[in-house]
Design a binder for this molecule. Structure first.
Ligand SMILES: [Zn+2]
Length: 151
């Protein structure tokens, strides 16, 4: 019995080592942008912008000064500040301004349930009101449009 367990442990260790070697040998995926954009990103004076509203912000800010989105590198991991990130995400759901798919809508329903538990019906009502504002949304639904070629 002990020999069988030892053989299984050795096989598992060999499998893990093989998996690690396979990951290390894997080809690195190229960046989705060209060399000009990569050079612009590497410049010392490059200014970070908000991922939601594209407003420039200070590199050390935790939240966008324009829309309140969490923009700091570790804002979502910091005790206390992550609560504001969750609140911002929940507000995106109630605003109705997000790319809608069955997955994102289900995500907002489940996130509301996880955050509000007993009070979730109130959030769901506000969420459904936001979802009915479909034609007023600034963000279109459907697939992400591709950028035109710049050459
Ligand atoms: Zn913003």
């Amino acid at each position: 019995m002990q020999v069988a367990i030892l053989v299984l442990v050795v096989l598992a260790a060999a499998g893990v080592m093989g998996l690690i070697g396979w990951v290390r040998r894997a080809a690195v995926a190229p960046e989705p942008w060209d060399a000009n954009v990569a050079a612009e990103l590497a410049r010392e004076d490059a200014v970070p912008i908000c991922h939601r509203c594209l407003t420039p912000h200070h590199a050390m800010s935790y939240f966008c000064p324009e829309c309140g989105a969490p923009v700091g590198a570790y804002t979502n991991c910091m005790p206390f500040l992550y609560l504001f990130s969750i609140g911002h995400t929940l507000r995106i759901g109630t605003s109705g301004e997000f790319r809608r798919s069955p997955l994102t809508v289900a995500f907002f329903f489940l996130l509301g349930l996880a955050q509000y538990t007993l009070f979730v019906p109130v959030y769901w009502i506000v969420l459904l009101r936001g979802l009915t504002k479909r034609n007023q949304s600034r963000i279109p639904s459907g697939p992400v449009p591709s950028l035109p070629e710049t050459k």
